[in-house]
Write a protein that binds this ligand. Structure first.
Ligand code: ATP
Ligand code: MG
Length: 567
């Protein structure tokens, strides 16, 4: 009985796609073979939405001992580039997935062309001489049938001749198209004689060069590519649901027997608050210099998250948590931030950095004396060990941690009050010095020598603990603070405004006078840290030996959460 309960529970935890796959396996479909694919178009860098598709495509294959191939849907040479092909492979590997084979839709250009010729010969396709705009105008509406093209009933020989001339480069781009001859009155608009081939001569293809002058439309390549490869489960986002009957239609004309048909299953696309996910918009942000490239840490691209300090584990965990459904929605970006906080909490060593430094002078501490204080690397993980941090008479603390005339509940540095300096002594503030503008230049305090951990007075009750670095031993650093790239929750929804108007003008703040503890000299690019009391940071790859640059991955707490604002 216990066992059946466990089975039941396991079933419940399946997402609906896994449930379909298991049913297909139980029914013995495809002889138990499971094959998926991840099919990006190499026209941009991968974003976190793609990560959701990747986790599913590769995850299903892993879970059911199948294979997942990477297939580049490279049917449009105008927008595609090897730069994107390379970055896509790098990002998938970084996420921790390995494909079985790499395929390209362009590998099937000959087969697709031959199939198009066959469709013409069998009366299923014709060459149209109308412009794409004219064709669109004749499409009709879901409730009104479309108009038949005047070229719809040309003789087969004429169609063949024109299609071959299109491919021979004799005709200008846009001059003619090849259309499937299906049904201009179909309730499914995709069946109203869709264009299946268009002429593209001016852009060489990143793999096939100038061999082809005609290129298949995505809809004419995608389903057949799945079929050529033997994909059993073709997982894609919901907007392709209405395309599925068309894919099935082509495959039925193409296939030789009834043993196999790829099964397409659609799931909801990932949308995140304060984020745009369309590759076209992301490309615009890059091209217009509104961000510093595809891997700008404010971008929702995989390489952007990597540079910002996100981990593959956090992204995968996030995708796992949001799950797969049959309806579209928008996920709170705070959920993603929560996932990275959780992961870094156990991984990131704690270090000290002062972002807005002001000097603190311990007037009773011997000049020239230096003590190496012990600093635990990660209280969540005892095996992470510890390091030392130099303590001396002159320190830096955060400017905002001092107030000359503080309210009662200010538990930080203020004259007369005691605070603990993290990993070091309890000190008591005695005053400060200000410049002509009234700006605090130096803060003074006295230290209590017997308050180090393990000493008689170490248990003295003080309410505040401040982080600090030693003036003489710390290193200069630049710190880049990132905020949300958009100021509205759903920038794609606001059709009135151009997305440019919705950009957050304060999405990047660069602090150039920060000080970090000497331990960070050893940091390597992309290493993670928790700057105590501030947040999680990583070392930016642009850092040089004499200029350390850190990115803020995420703050320690969710400062945007409406709930917390109310508390
Ligand atoms: P865009 O519309 O932004 O250009 P796309 O869907 O055209 O994106 P592709 O390169 O064709 O991008 O996508 C490859 C795969 O990733 C497809 O199977 C697609 O369904 C999936 N995918 C793309 N965006 C998302 C998303 N936001 N959430 C989940 N899956 C996605
Ligand atoms: Mg696409």
């Amino acid at each position: 009985m216990n066992e059946s309960k466990t089975n039941e529970e396991a079933k419940k935890s399946l997402n609906f796609i896994e449930a379909f796959v298991e049913k297909d396996l139980e029914e013995g479909k495809n002889n138990g073979r499971i094959q998926t694919r991840f099919p990006p178009e190499p026209n941009g860098y991968l974003h976190i939405g793609h990560a959701k598709a990747i986790c599913l495509d590769f995850g299903i294959a892993e879970r059911y001992n199948g294979i997942c191939n990477l297939r580049f849907d490279d049917t449009n040479p105008v927008k595609e580039d090897v730069e994107y092909v390379d970055s896509i492979m790098e990002d998938i590997r970084w996420l921790g997935f390995r494909w079985n084979e790499i395929y390209y839709a362009s590998d099937y250009f000959q087969q697709l062309f031959d199939f198009a010729i066959r469709l013409i010969k069998e009366g299923h396709a014709y060459v149209d001489e109308q412009s794409a705009e004219e064709i669109a105008r004749q499409k009709g509406t879901p409730t009104q049938p479309g108009l038949e093209s005047p070229y719809r009933n040309r003789p087969v020989e004429e169609n063949i001749d024109l299609f071959l001339r299109m491919q021979a480069g004799e005709l200008e781009e846009g001059r003619m198209t090849l259309r499937a001859k299906i049904d201009m009155a179909s309730p499914n608009m995709h069946f109203r004689d869709p264009i299946i081939y268009r002429i593209i001569k001016e852009h060489p293809h990143h793999r096939t060069g100038t061999t082809w002058k005609v290129y298949p439309m995505y809809d004419f390549a995608h389903g057949q590519s799945d079929y050529f490869e033997g994909v059993t489960h073709s997982l894609c986002t919901l907007e392709f649901e209405v395309h599925r009957p068309l894919y099935d239609y082509y495959i039925h004309l193409l296939k030789k027997d009834n043993t196999y048909l790829p099964r397409q299953i659609e799931f909801n696309r990932l949308n995140l608050t304060y984020t745009v996910m369309s590759k076209r918009k992301l490309l615009n942000l890059v091209k217009e210099g509104l961000v510093n490239g595809w891997d700008d840490p404010r971008m929702p691209t995989i390489c952007g998250y990597r540079r910002r300090g996100y981990t593959p584990q956090a992204i995968r965990h996030f995708v796992d948590k949001i799950g797969y459904t049959k309806y579209d929605g928008i996920v709170d970006v705070a959920l993603l931030e929560h996932a990275i906080r959780e992961d870094l909490n156990v991984k990131a060593p704690r270090v000290s950095a002062v972002l807005d430094p002001v000097k603190l002078i311990l007037t009773n501490y011997p000049e020239g004396q230096v003590e190496m204080m012990n600093a635990v690397n990660n209280p969540e993980n005892p095996s992470a060990g510890s390091h030392t941090i130099a303590f001396s008479r002159e320190l830096y603390i955060e400017r905002e941690d001092f107030m000359e005339n503080a309210p009662k509940k200010f538990f930080r540095m203020t004259p007369g009050q005691e605070v603990r300096l993290k990993n070091a002594y309890i000190v008591q503030c005695t005053g400060c010095k200000k410049d002509a503008n009234g700006e605090v230049e130096e803060i003074y305090a006295e230290y209590h020598p017997l308050t180090l951990s393990g000493m008689p007075d170490s248990n003295r009750k003080v309410k505040g603990t401040l982080h600090w670095v030693s003036v003489a031993h710390s290193l200069p650093a630049e710190v880049r603070l990132y905020d949300r790239l958009f100021i509205v929750e759903n920038p794609s929804e606001d059709k009135e405004k151009d997305f440019h108007e919705l950009l957050n003008p304060n999405s990047l703040t660069v602090l150039t006078h920060c000080r970090v503890e000497a331990e960070l000299q050893k940091a390597k690019p992309l290493d993670h840290f928790q700057f105590q009391r501030i947040g999680y940071f990583n070392l930016d790859p642009d850092s040089k030996d004499n200029t350390l640059i850190f990115n803020r991955t995420v703050s320690l707490k969710d400062t945007w959460s409406k709930l917390k604002d109310k508390l």
